[in-house]
Design a protein around this ligand. Structure first.
Ligand SMILES: *Cc1c(COP(=O)(O)O)cnc(C)c1O
Length: 390
């Protein structure tokens, strides 16, 4: 890591991604294509490198949230199918066509607008119909009294001559809560509604080559039933989230830092802003060059721990913008320059997320642009990405 400041960095292990992909492919079955969800810079892991790896592994599709994310992949030479899950304003249809990107269609008004723009461009826009089965976010309403209107709206949208309706999909609200009976029932209800919708459309002569609904939660809890033609795991690919550990998935990202300074503090000394920690005894305190501006949430102050040299090290006092302190009293082997894992292979990000009252998604997404990504294969560095203009 010569050209990189050895301060704080995120290691992205592409062998772990491969392991996770293969495990998930096996779980959903060979007939189901995996959609690699790489929105939000692949949950902070680096969308380009992750997408290249997924393309090589044989993923069927990539999914992003918006046009800029899709363009980033195309510009870098990714040629496999890409689906935009979120909204794209109709004036960007020329770009969707130019970059050969598939767009979610979430209501009839948007289908009409996209169709008109595609017609003006002389192209045909590939789309996936999004059905709202209970998330109440994007998609054709089709629950309860809206079923018939939903079917009709989707049928009319699919008949538009400048749209190519390749797929239909829906998204689950609570598929990752198998311990709550009402959540299990809600997911079943969403799935049943989705299948009923597809059945009603089929009865009217409209079929879709790509039907998909399974996010990570469904891949963990209902893989056979809900896999359909494609499955859309995001967090599981990165080895995190509910059920990841049980499935033997490996955390792809390890956020690492180094000890910059060590001080021996006398008993009764206060540490960092707010003086929330006071040394009860003589303490060997390390200063780590990582803070909330790197993505280590301040709410974790004085209640998390890190890993180094086979030991769990308690973090002490307020986490600052650029630094925090760690107790090395019981870890004499950890010295200035030693590597410390904030989360990753030895201490799962899910645990840290729970301490912060959030989910692992938010922590990996929060790793900031100040933190270089280092890509590993067979434990060797195969790529580095500085996110700063250096
Ligand atoms: C983000 C997202 C996913 C992936 O969700 P995970 O919980 O990470 O598996 C799948 N589908 C849609 C529509 C999404 O927005």
């Amino acid at each position: 890591m010569e050209q990189m400041l050895r301060r704080t960095w995120a290691e992205i292990d592409l062998d772990d991604l491969t392991h996770n992909f293969k495990t998930l492919q096996q779980r959903v079955g060979e007939k189901t294509k995996i959609v690699g969800v790489v929105k939000a810079d692949a949950y902070g892991h680096g969308a380009l490198q992750i997408s290249r790896a997924l393309e090589e592994l044989g993923a069927g599709y990539l999914a992003v949230s918006n046009l800029d994310e899709a363009r980033e992949l195309r510009t870098a030479g990714i040629s496999m199918p890409i689906l935009i899950l979120g909204h794209t304003p109709e004036q960007y249809v020329p770009q969707l066509l130019e970059y050969n990107i598939t767009q979610a269609v979430t209501c009839e008004a948007k289908a009409l607008a996209y169709n008109n723009m595609a017609k003006a461009c002389g192209g045909k826009l590939r789309v996936h119909i999004k059905a709202d089965t209970g998330m109440s976010r994007l998609g054709f309403l089709c629950a309860d009294g809206h079923f018939e209107a939903g079917v009709e709206g989707i049928l009319r949208s699919c008949e538009l001559p400048y749209l190519d309706a390749e797929g239909i999909f829906t998204h689950f609200a609570v598929s990752d809560e198998p311990e709550k009976p009402e959540s299990v029932a809600y997911t079943q209800k969403q799935f049943q509604l989705f299948m009923d919708l597809i059945g009603a459309l089929e009865a009217r002569g409209r079929t879709f080559p790509l039907r998909h609904c399974a996010n990570s939660g469904a891949v963990v809890n209902n893989p056979e039933e809900m896999a359909l033609d494609m499955a859309r795991p995001g967090i599981l690919l990165y080895g995190c989230g509910a059920g990841a550990e049980e499935l033997g998935l490996r955390p792809v990202m390890s956020l690492k830092t180094t000890v910059s300074t060590i001080k021996i503090l006398d008993p009764g000394w206060s540490v960092s802003y707010g003086r929330m920690y006071k040394t009860p005894v003589r303490t060997r305190m390390g200063v780590l060059p990582i803070g909330y501006a790197d993505g280590l949430f301040r709410i974790l102050s004085n209640r998390c721990s890190f890993y180094a040299d086979g030991k769990i090290l308690p973090q002490r006092g307020r986490i600052c913008m650029d630094m925090c302190m760690v107790d090395l009293t019981d870890a004499p082997g950890v010295d200035v320059g030693s590597e410390v894992e904030i989360f990753g292979t030895h201490s799962r990000v899910d645990k840290l997320a729970e301490l912060a009252g959030t989910i692992s998604y938010e922590l990996t997404c929060a790793v900031s642009k100040r933190v270089p990504r280092v890509f590993l294969q067979k434990k060797k560095v195969v790529g580095r990405e500085l996110r700063m203009y250096l």
